[in-house]
Design a protein around this ligand. Structure first.
Ligand SMILES: *[C@@H]1O[C@H](CO)[C@@H](O)[C@H](O)[C@H]1NC(C)=O
Length: 225
C-alpha cells in the first residue's frame, strides 16, 4: 500500500510540474509567433537582465567564439571577419556544423534567444572554399552595361550559398559612391557615378528577396516573407 501511495504522490508531483511548465510556456509571449511583434519584443525585454541585454548587443569574432563564451555572456551574434574560417578548405558541412554548435548553446541559455551569424559575402561567398566567386563591385560597375538584372541574380546566388553554409546574413552590400581612390575599399564601390550605384542596388533584392506586399516598416524580411 505504501508503495502505491508513493507512486500516486510521484504522479501528482509530475502533474503539478507539467501544469507549471505549460503555464510558463503560455506566458512566454515572446516565443509565440502569433503575437504582434511589438508585444513579443516588450515581453522579451521585460524578462532580460542587464547582462543578457549587453550580451545580445554584442557581436564577437568566430576566432574567440565558443560554446562557453556564448553561454556565459549571452552573446547575440557571431561574425567571420575577412578570411576567418572554421578550418583550412572547410566544406559547407564544416560551416554548418560550426554554426549549429553555437546555435545549440544559444538556444539552451535561460531565454533561448538564437544567435545570428554574419559574414562579408563580398563578390560571392568569398571566404568559403569552392564558393562561386563573382567580380568585385568595381568590376560589375565597370561593365557600364548597367544590368541590374544580372547583379540581382548575383545577389540571389550569393544568398543561396551563404544560407547553404548555415549563416544567417551577409554584411553590406556596399553602395558607396567612391570619389577618392585613396580609400582602401574603393573596389567595393560600383562606381563614382551615383546613377550606376543606384541601378546596382538591385543586388539587395537579390540577396534578401522582394519586399513583401504588406511589409511593415522596420520589420526585417527574408525571401519575400
Ligand atoms: C587547400 O586547397 C588548396 C587548393 O585546392 C590546396 O592547394 C591546399 O593544399 C589545401 N590545403 C589543405 C590544408 O587542405
Amino acid at each position: 500500500m505504501a508503495r502505491i501511495a508513493i507512486n500516486f504522490r510521484g504522479v501528482l508531483v509530475i502533474c503539478l510540474c507539467w501544469a507549471a511548465v505549460m503555464a510558463e510556456a503560455q506566458n512566454e509571449k515572446y516565443k509565440d509567433p502569433k503575437q504582434p511583434v511589438d508585444d513579443r519584443v516588450e515581453d522579451l525585454m521585460s524578462r532580460m537582465t542587464l547582462a543578457e541585454k549587453i550580451g545580445q548587443m554584442t557581436q564577437i569574432e568566430r576566432a574567440v567564439a565558443s560554446g562557453q563564451v556564448i553561454n556565459q555572456y549571452f552573446i547575440g551574434s557571431v561574425l567571420s571577419g575577412a578570411g576567418s574560417v572554421p578550418a583550412t578548405n572547410a566544406t559547407a558541412e564544416n560551416w554548418v556544423d560550426m554554426v549549429n554548435g553555437f546555435q545549440k548553446v544559444a538556444l539552451s541559455t535561460r531565454l533561448g534567444i538564437p544567435i545570428i551569424y554574419g559574414i562579408d559575402a563580398v563578390h560571392g561567398h568569398s571566404n568559403v572554399y569552392k564558393a562561386t566567386i563573382f567580380p568585385h563591385n568595381v568590376g560589375l560597375g565597370g561593365t557600364r552595361q548597367v544590368d541590374p538584372g544580372l547583379v540581382k541574380r548575383i545577389g540571389a546566388a550569393t544568398a543561396l550559398e551563404v544560407r547553404a553554409t548555415g549563416l544567417h546574413y551577409t554584411f553590406g552590400p556596399c553602395i558607396a559612391v567612391c570619389r577618392d581612390p585613396r580609400w582602401g575599399r574603393c573596389y567595393e564601390s560600383y562606381s563614382e557615378d551615383h546613377t550606376i550605384v543606384q541601378a546596382m542596388t538591385e543586388i539587395i533584392s537579390g540577396l534578401q528577396g522582394e519586399i513583401p506586399a504588406n511589409s511593415e516598416k522596420g520589420v526585417p524580411f527574408l525571401g519575400g516573407e
